[in-house]
Design a protein around this ligand. Structure first.
Ligand code: FAD
Length: 382
């Protein structure tokens, strides 16, 4: 296959900038355009919930610089795409392409009713700054959603001594990390002033502006601060009419190719299309956005993949304790303790799955990711 003459990347964040960097590294010398929607350019999101909520000086350390690469950056959101004519439209005009990489990520899922004001979410730097300002004088908080983001926001509240209630239908991090680590993390969080309330159904935001939540059993809670951490919604409106996107985002294969010729996709906007017994799967994590950004760049140029287009490394921090995971999720049953103990807050754990693979977890323990990868690989061949 011949190399694409012009490549257009839409979405100026982790997946998009990774793709741009790799397009040039792989030798693409033709026109390269990057379309972004955020004024400040690309930045890293994981620190938003871990550092930025606590420390304003962290705002300046998040950039994902393009290091003087020859790329035409347009900061005007894409509003439409025509995959027959191979064009993307922004408010500034129409851009043609030979290969398109869709990397528009996701927005925070919102729970407010139409017209209900004051819902707080955390997806962008602007969201983090707004939330940080509100944390400064809050005396109570509610977090809706006990996934990794909800628990990180709750940890930021707890670190400021703000009593916080986390509400969800599932126990903290259970959907991702399984029942064993969820129980440990919930108990630890409680000792830091994070109360967990398990709801029998979805919470509704109350007040205008939002001041609380109502649960299906009639329970009503109010607080100074109510933050929704209820997952993300792929940014695909601009792809309407192209057949590229559905509820789960843009479907891709293992080479980040979509079903439309000349169009590839990477990062949080994607889902991996079902294969064999594997169902459609979203994996909106940092390491995946990087792996897919690289793979989409290679595929857009018709080159072999530089490595797998997925990466199952994931990390989070709850009440100052870091949890690093390499391998398949969720984690069912009890682990093997390779080192330390969870009760002491420092452990190296493995889970062996029925399909012969393993997941390695560093719980509160400093461990290089490479060592965790090696542990997961050796445990699975045992
Ligand atoms: C607060 C927070 C903490 C996180 N912590 C972790 C963590 O600890 N570990 C982990 O593995 N992952 C974490 N993640 C997830 C990780 O940040 C994402 O997986 C990663 O940012 C995905 O990168 P992306 O480039 O695919 O999408 P995004 O980062 O969502 O970027 C997409 C970009 O496209 C832009 N865009 C959207 N629509 C358009 C349009 N129409 N035209 C042009 N541009 C558009 C958006 O404005 C955005 O800049 C966290 C995410 C958040 C929000």
């Amino acid at each position: 296959m011949t190399a694409a003459r012009s490549v257009l990347v839409v979405g100026e964040s982790l997946a998009g900038t990774t793709a741009v960097r790799h397009l040039r590294a792989l030798g693409h010398a033709g026109p390269l355009t990057l379309v972004g929607a955020e004024e400040q350019g690309a930045y890293s999101r994981p620190p938003l919930s871990k550092v930025v909520l606590k420390d304003p000086s962290a705002d300046e350390t998040l950039g994902l610089a393009l290091d003087g690469l020859d790329v035409d950056v347009i900061r005007s959101p894409a509003v439409a795409a025509d995959t027959d004519r191979r064009t993307v439209t922004t408010a500034d005009g129409r851009i043609g392409y030979d290969a398109l990489i869709v990397a528009t990520g996701a927005d925070a899922r919102r729970l407010a009713a139409p017209g209900q004001r004051g819902e707080l979410v955390l997806r962008t730097l602007e969201d983090a700054r707004r939330l940080r300002a509100r944390l400064a004088d809050a005396t109570s908080a509610i977090v809706v959603g006990a996934g990794f983001l909800g628990m990180e926001v709750a940890s930021a509240c707890a670190a400021r001594g703000i009593p916080v209630t986390v509400v969800d239908t599932d126990r903290p991090l259970e959907r991702v990390l399984g029942a064993y680590l969820s129980a440990e993390i919930t108990a630890r969080a409680a000792t830091h002033g994070i109360r967990f309330l398990q709801a029998s159904g979805f919470a509704t935001l109350t007040g205008d502006p939002v001041r609380g939540v109502a649960l299906p059993d009639g329970t009503e809670l109010t607080a100074d601060l109510v933050v929704t951490c209820a997952g993300e919604v792929p940014c695909v409106d601009w792809l309407e009419g192209t057949g590229l996107a559905g509820r789960l985002g843009v479907g891709i294969d293992h080479a980040c190719a979509t079903t439309v010729p000349g169009v590839f996709a990477a990062g949080d906007v994607t889902y991996l299309r079902a294969q064999g017994t594997q169902p459609d799967r979203r994996a909106p994590f940092w390491s995946n956005a990087v792996a897919q950004g690289r793979a989409a760049a290679a595929s857009a140029l018709g080159l072999p993949l530089p490595g797998p287009a997925h990466d199952d490394y994931f990390w989070t921090e709850v009440t100052g304790l870091s949890v690093k995971v390499v391998g398949r999720l969720p984690l069912l049953g009890e682990p093997t303790a390779v080192q330390g103990s969870v009760a002491d807050g420092r452990a190296l754990l493995t889970w062996n799955h029925a399909d012969g693979t393993s997941t390695a977890v560093a719980y509160g323990l400093r461990k290089p990711v490479a060592a965790l990868r090696a542990l997961a690989a050796t445990s699975s061949s045992d």
